[in-house]
Design a protein around this ligand. Structure first.
Ligand SMILES: Cc1cc2nc3c(=O)[nH]c(=O)nc-3n(C[C@H](O)[C@H](O)[C@H](O)COP(=O)(O)O)c2cc1C
Length: 415
């Protein structure tokens, strides 16, 4: 359905531990707050077979994955999707994940980004450098499949990946490196994004605040010798649309009655590190220490519309996050919603949206039925995919697909 409606891509968030800051494991399990969570990489093949243009953004953590194994996995996915795969690079934030991977404590926030940086260096060497374009000839006459002299050991040595000597296990795929997405917007997160990311998910509830992140990112891109067009800025948004404003509002009110506030508190515990079970409903609490996801929580608390100067209480946090999460809400008929989206484009300077859903089936059918005709009428909906790969579709031709140092813009590989 998304493929037919010309969505650029489908994004899958992921976590590697359970949300247990709020009341232990119970609330997350009973409300299904990101648990159970299946491994999407095992399902992308089936989704790719059922679609022709839609891209798939998968989340993988540089803190717990192994670069050699992950490079192989993404090269495989890039082959079977024919270049329609992206990697949402995360550094992770749950203490429960650290413990599940055998650590007593999470690696410290900025150090996780330093590890991520080295992880990417290794992945580039494996995916971009270890196999030359013409390594595989599969030539029956000479009985040579791969020319050994065209496959190179990468010889990486560093502090995290101590010694890595071999080449990728998979031959070059259409994009080689998957399209790179990133979400953290702390200082360390932005520096990382300016070095590696090609699209960034931005936090924020009001466009003017998100614009500050966009502007600072553009400055960082220029410092890194990158063009502004080499990065796409994507805002999160929660949409409820119907024939009239009244119907959409009624639909949202109806959804609210199903909100699981224990589940909301559980997610908030993981994002912020704050356990709301320690507070009564109307008690004023101060956020202590740096939150687990700095950019999300700092931006969110600072920018929830209409809350300046108000107390942060458990009741208010849960009311604001119920159903829509930490995303701006666009609720109304097609015109109302399109106007809100346009405001984000104009005032925040974002290029597109990551639309979170309330129900499935439900949300996406509504979008396509009610909102798409209005966006099409305004000429802001993509009518035709720009290319074949995720990178071509997100960045378009001529904007420098290969943006990293040492990897000049160039032809993509087709298989
Ligand atoms: C909008 C948004 C979406 C995110 N999605 C995920 C996710 O799916 N999985 C994950 O482990 N981390 C996710 N993160 C966390 C970030 O990748 C990053 O690890 C975290 O934000 C800490 O970095 P920061 O302090 O720079 O924001 C997300 C963050 C933001 C702001």
């Amino acid at each position: 359905m998304l493929d037919d409606a010309q969505f650029h891509g489908m994004f899958f968030a992921d976590v590697l531990g359970i949300y247990d800051v709020y009341g232990g494991n119970g609330p997350a399990l009973s409300s299904a707050s990101q648990i159970p969570i299946l491994d999407v990489s095992l399902m992308v093949g089936a989704m790719a077979a059922a679609t022709t243009n839609l891209s798939f953004g998968l989340t993988a953590s540089t803190t717990y994955e192994n670069p050699y194994a992950l490079a192989r996995k993404f090269a495989t996915l890039d082959h079977i999707t024919n270049g329609r795969v992206g990697w949402n690079i995360v550094t992770s934030y749950l203490q429960s994940a650290a413990e599940s991977f055998g650590l007593d404590q999470q690696v410290e926030h900025d150090e996780r980004y330093a590890m991520a940086n080295e992880f990417l260096e290794v992945v580039y060497k494996l995916l971009e450098d270890s196999w030359e374009d013409d390594a595989v000839i599969a030539d029956p006459a000479s009985a040579i499949y791969t020319r050994p002299e065209k496959v190179h050991k990468i010889n990486h040595s560093g502090w995290q990946v101590l010694q890595m000597c071999w080449a990728n296990l998979v031959h070059p795929s259409p994009q080689r490196t998957p399209f790179l997405l990133q979400a953290g917007a702390s200082k360390a997160g932005k520096t990382f994004a300016a070095t590696h990311a090609e699209a960034m998910f931005l936090p924020g509830m009001v466009p003017e605040k998100t614009r500050e992140i966009v502007e600072s990112m553009k400055a960082l891109l220029r410092e890194n010798g990158r063009s502004e067009g080499s990065m796409r800025f994507i805002a999160g948004i929660f949409i409820v649309v119907d024939e009239t404003d009244e119907k959409a509002q009624a639909k949202f009110e109806d959804l609210l009655q199903y909100a699981d506030l224990e589940g909301t508190a559980s997610l908030f515990g993981g994002w912020s590190g704050t356990d709301l079970s320690q507070f009564s409903d109307d008690e004023d609490f101060a956020f202590k220490g740096p939150p687990a996801i700095q950019s999300m929580i700092n931006t969110w608390t600072a920018t929830v519309p209409g809350t300046a100067g108000l107390k942060w209480t458990k009741r208010r946090v849960l009311q604001e996050l119920a159903v829509s999460g930490a995303h701006p809400r666009a609720i109304g008929n097609a015109q109302t919603v399109a106007d809100i989206m346009q405001r984000w484009v104009d005032r925040a300077g974002v290029d597109g949206f990551n639309i979170s859903y309330a129900t499935t089936p439900g949300t996406f059918e509504d979008l396509i039925e009610h909102l798409w005709p209005e966006l099409r009428r305004r000429g802001v909906l993509q009518e035709k995919y720009a290319g074949h790969s995720m990178r071509e579709n997100y960045l378009q031709d001529g904007e420098g697909a290969r943006v990293r140092k040492g990897h000049p813009a160039g032809s993509e590989h087709r298989s």
